[in-house]
Design a protein around this ligand. Structure first.
Ligand code: ZN
Length: 230
């Protein structure tokens, strides 16, 4: 098995996702040099922080956390690009596992009951074959020992405009996201997971969709990266 792996590494040298240098056999996805330079977000509190203040514009949320700054211009952006567009299926799961270990001290696993990924456009998912938030959530669920469930759907854009009245207004408040919480999961504390938080609208609308479907639920949020520039 090891021989096969060595051979594979010679034929297909593994490269650091960030700097593209060849990885040492002990390194996975990100080289040691890049690992120490990751643009870490200095999270001081999970009860009140920049992410929560953005997301609170859309829904009442309990706790919020992130790990890295989203830096469009830097090589670290390659991590997100790779997970999103370049078949980084395993990388997405590994980043989720890594994230869960990194935030273990925040005890979100103890505070929440299940993980729900933010859905991607169903068209985009069809094209790419997977949802990047779901990959991160899957990795986190393994380490945090929490179930990962797809309880949210994003409706095709344009659909809402054709509807009127109460339903249309409800959709407006949740930005076209819809939650379907099964009866046995009502009143649970849900950890919503996404790859990036920018304005907070996406994850905030997802939180509101959950709370609209289940007013007894609690919602907390985790995003792998945080875009502070907007
Ligand atoms: Zn590197």
């Amino acid at each position: 098995m090891k021989l096969l792996k060595d051979l594979y590494n010679i034929l297909m040298p593994r490269k650091c996702v960030v700097c593209q240098n060849t990885l040492e056999p002990t390194e996975q996805y990100i080289c040691a040099a890049c690992s120490v330079q990751l643009p870490r977000y200095p999270l001081k509190s999970i009860e009140d922080n920049e992410l929560l203040r953005k997301a609170w514009n859309f829904a009442p949320i309990q706790y919020g956390a992130t790990l890295l700054y989203y830096r469009h211009q830097s090589d670290f952006h390659n991590i997100i690009i790779k997970i999103k567009y370049k078949g980084g299926f395993q990388l997405g799961i590994k980043m989720g596992e890594w994230a869960a270990r990194e935030i273990a001290h925040l005890q979100l696993a103890e505070k929440t009951d299940l993980i729900v990924p933010v859905p991607s456009d169903s068209n985009r998912k069809k094209r790419r074959g997977y949802n990047q938030a779901e990959l991160i959530a899957t990795g986190m669920g393994r380490i945090m020992r929490l179930p990962v469930m797809n309880l949210l759907t994003k409706k095709e854009s344009g659909e809402s405009q054709t509807r009127l009245g109460m339903k249309a207004r409800k959709e407006n408040a949740t930005g076209n996201y819809e939650a379907n919480i099964p009866a046995n999961l009502k009143g649970k504390h849900i950890l919503l997971v996404d790859d990036v938080l920018t304005t907070g609208a996406t994850i905030g609308n997802c939180a509101q969709a959950i709370l609209t479907d289940d007013p007894q639920a609690k919602v907390s949020i985790f995003t792998l990266t945080y875009n502070a520039n907007r």
